[in-house]
Design a protein around this ligand. Structure first.
Ligand code: SF4
Ligand code: SF4
Length: 169
C-alpha cells in the first residue's frame, strides 16, 4: 500500500529540469512500447517511474535499479507526445540516486562485471535464430577471454576494490 503521508511533494522539482515538466505525462505508455529495456527482467517502465516521481515516493525510487538498465537509445525521447523527455528523466533519476546515497551501487554494475551485459542474452537467442542470425550475439558474451580481460580492468577501479564482496564470480 502506498503511504502518501510520507511522500515528498517536491521530489519532481528536485529531480527534473523545469524545461521538461513531467507533470505533462498522462501515462500513455508510448515510451514503454518502444523501449528495449522494457523487455528486461525486471523491466524498465518509464511511465511508472514518472508516476513514482510525481507521487514523491522517495524510498521506492531509491530502491529502484531499473533506470540503470536504460541503453540510452533515445527512442522514448522521439516518441513521447508530451515533451516529457523520458530518457532525460531516466538519467536524472540515476543522478539523484547517486547523490542521495553515495554508497549506492546499482545491481546493473555487478551484472555488467559478471557477464558484460546488464541482461542475460539467453532470452533473445530464439528470436535471433528466427531471424536467421547467430544465436549468440557477437558481443563480449561470445568471447570469454575478452570478458576476463574486461573484468581484470574493472578490478583495478576503486569501485570494485572497495566493494570486492559485490564483485565475486
Ligand atoms: S533511452 Fe532508455 S528509457 Fe528510453 S527507450 Fe531507450 S532504453 Fe528505453
Ligand atoms: S510517452 Fe511521455 S506522456 Fe506517455 S507515458 Fe511516456 S513520458 Fe508519459
Amino acid at each position: 500500500m502506498i503511504d502518501l503521508a510520507k511522500a515528498n511533494k517536491n521530489l519532481w522539482k528536485e529531480i527534473t529540469d523545469e524545461s521538461a515538466d513531467i507533470r505533462n505525462c498522462f501515462n500513455c505508455g508510448t515510451c514503454v512500447s518502444g523501449c528495449p529495456a522494457a523487455e528486461a527482467e525486471p523491466p524498465l517502465l518509464i511511465r511508472r517511474l514518472a508516476r513514482v516521481v510525481l507521487l514523491g515516493l522517495e524510498d521506492e525510487l531509491l530502491e529502484d535499479g531499473t533506470p540503470w538498465i536504460c541503453v540510452t537509445c533515445s527512442a522514448c525521447e522521439e516518441m513521447c507526445p508530451m515533451g516529457v523527455h523520458p530518457f532525460e528523466l531516466c538519467l536524472s533519476i540515476r543522478r539523484w540516486q547517486s547523490k542521495k546515497d553515495e554508497t549506492y551501487i546499482p545491481s546493473a554494475v555487478t551484472e555488467i562485471f559478471q557477464r558484460g551485459h546488464t541482461q542475460p542474452v539467453g532470452k533473445v537467442q530464439e528470436l535471433r535464430k528466427s531471424l536467421g542470425l547467430e544465436e549468440v550475439p557477437p558481443t563480449i558474451v561470445k568471447f570469454p577471454e575478452l570478458l576476463e580481460k574486461f573484468q581484470a580492468i574493472l578490478r583495478e577501479t576503486e569501485l570494485v576494490k572497495e566493494n570486492d564482496y559485490m564483485f565475486r564470480l
